[in-house]
Design a protein around this ligand. Structure first.
Ligand code: AMP
Length: 225
């Protein structure tokens, strides 16, 4: 299985080659084709499995298939993460992918623990993709600096930690601001009952479910090594 056979376009293939990725990890091989078809995905994926690229590549390809937006850019993809560290890591990867085209989509990062003002300033002109922790995202929306009314794809990264860290209520408020018609990609290190309940409530019944590694699929990828 190669990245080419997953349906990715040449600019993104070049971007991942520059990252030194040679072969897709199991989670990438399973989730990328389904996400590119616009399907919902529920994936049990640990850090180190390549989960970020598993959702970031299809998300970026969907954006790049549309004409580049002029300011103000409407936010078309929202990635919710539990921590600032993860927001920064995911944002860096998305920006690397975005830079593979001449008019890169804009990626905004929103997380708490720092002043909100630079983040509000950064949203002037809009952002195609927002990577955010739920609490700061709601603060920014209360400042009228962002609308979620045009979001087409929602990613929940580390959904189990989002729930463990007590973001359930904020998450519900964010979900209420999104269009009903949207694609959803939910990644979680565990399938705890709370995550299953969330997935049951959110995802379309025909969502692709990628369960923990089957040993027959080969070793769970430790690509970082
Ligand atoms: P993640 O699970 O998304 O946190 O990714 C873990 C690490 O694996 C990151 O440093 C990625 O850059 C790297 N990575 C992701 N996909 C691949 C791949 N297909 N081949 C090699 N490295 C990868």
């Amino acid at each position: 299985m190669s990245f080419t056979s997953l349906g990715l376009t040449p600019p993104l293939l070049r971007a991942i080659a520059e990252q030194g990725f040679e072969l897709p990890s199991p989670i990438q091989a399973q989730s990328i084709p389904a996400a590119l078809r616009g399907e919902d995905v529920l994936a049990c994926a640990q850090t180190g499995s390549g989960k970020t690229a598993a959702y970031a590549l299809p998300l970026m390809q969907a954006l790049l298939s549309q004409p580049a937006q002029k300011p103000p850019r409407r936010t078309q993809a929202l990635v919710l993460v539990p921590t600032r560290e993860l927001a920064i890591q995911v944002g860096e990867f998305l920006r690397t992918l975005a830079d593979c085209v001449a008019l890169p989509p804009r990626v905004a990062l929103l997380f708490g623990g720092v002043s909100i003002n630079p983040q509000l300033m950064g949203l002037r002109g809009g952002a195609d993709i927002v990577v955010a922790t739920p609490g700061r995202l709601l603060d920014v929306i209360e400042h009228n600096a962002l609308s979620l009314g045009q979001v087409q794809t929602l990613v929940l990264d580390e959904a189990d930690r989002l729930l463990d860290l007590g973001f359930a209520e904020e998450l519900a408020r964010v979900l209420a601001l999104l269009p009903a018609q949207r694609q959803q990609l939910l990644f979680s290190a565990t399938f705890a009952p709370a995550v299953q309940e969330l997935a049951q409530r959110l995802l379309k019944p025909d969502a692709l479910r990628i369960t923990p590694q089957n040993p027959a699929d080969g070793p769970a990828l430790d690509i970082a090594q």
